[in-house]
Write a protein that binds this ligand. Sequence first.
Ligand code: FMN
Ligand code: ATP
Length: 308
Amino acid sequence: MHFAELASVQYKTPTLLTIGKFDGVHQAHQHILRRLVERARQLDCHSAVLTFDPHPDEILRPEREIRYLTTINERAALMQDLGIDLLAVLPFNQATSQLSPKAFLQLLLNHVPVRELWIGPDFKLGHRGAGTMPVLQNLGQELGFTIEPIPYWTLDDEIVSSTAIRSCLAAGDVQTANHYLGRPFSLQGIVVPGDQRGRKIGFPTANVQIASNHMLPADGVYVCNVQLLDDRRSFGAVTNIGVRPTFGVLGRAVEAHLFDFNEDIYGRSLRVSFLQHIRGEQKFAGIEQLVAQIGRDAQFAREWLEQH
Ligand SMILES: Cc1cc2nc3c(=O)[nH]c(=O)nc-3n(C[C@H](O)[C@H](O)[C@H](O)COP(=O)(O)O)c2cc1C
Ligand SMILES: Nc1ncnc2c1ncn2[C@@H]1O[C@H](COP(=O)(O)OP(=O)(O)OP(=O)(O)O)[C@@H](O)[C@H]1O
């Protein structure tokens, strides 16, 4: 797959293209992208996605403090796995947010020879969302491509969206989030030093550094799978997300206790995949009570992993 900023793309092959944020590359996205790839192959065209980074809400609705489900690199890897030929990224900023629908499409056509533009339900393009479906259809005729409307895609009668997945995660409901994503929600980051308290209490944890604008599941304890990204080994784990109120309120941390593992992994990259919520984070009266509860959490997680 070719993955680059739109400005540096000079595509020659006729292309079927869809535009969107695609944060999460969830099941509805996957459904669209698979169909796009399939039809492109039938027509001897290439399949492409134009996406935005940063997310348009960072410019248009900064008060929402968007939390990403996926980094742009994760989105690229997922799209590559689906067979997409080109992922072009448009840096979303004040200038690009002001483009009229026509100027936006002309900019796109300068870099990619679009033959079909696939547009999802409610999709609007350009300054103040002026590029609605009828507007885009007229522009397509003028500029020489067709607009293909994408119908709503639902799962168990629910409309799958990035926003819905963020709400599930904020409520600690990783099961529904994972169902919508079509894979476990995961966080990737490097292991940074903690306060070395975990080792003393018998549950050493890998503290995983996550960008502050990345979505985290609700504070609490989860059954997880942890993969070391350099050597690809995987381990069962129990992970705490939170501010560790038992010790006074500290900064929010993501810390995973890996089962049957005892190695120094500071500086290594991990992917923590969230499989099951166990409980919310609690303030315990003392360390003894906390340690006893972590023991029960670990036991629960081991049994859950054995059964699934
Ligand atoms: C499975 C698990 C559950 C935890 N649950 C809580 C909790 O409910 N409340 C709390 O204050 N800390 C909780 N902790 C966090 C511990 O306080 C933390 O691991 C310990 O302070 C080590 O911190 P350090 O890595 O900064 O040394 C939990 C940790 C683990 C691994
Ligand atoms: N459930 C769905 N059914 C059909 N098309 C969808 C669905 N969800 C998203 N799309 C389409 O996929 C493309 C990219 O979606 P985008 O990431 O912008 O939307 P989203 O997942 O609904 O996110 P948000 O919740 O931020 O609106 C758009 O064309 C959008 O209309």
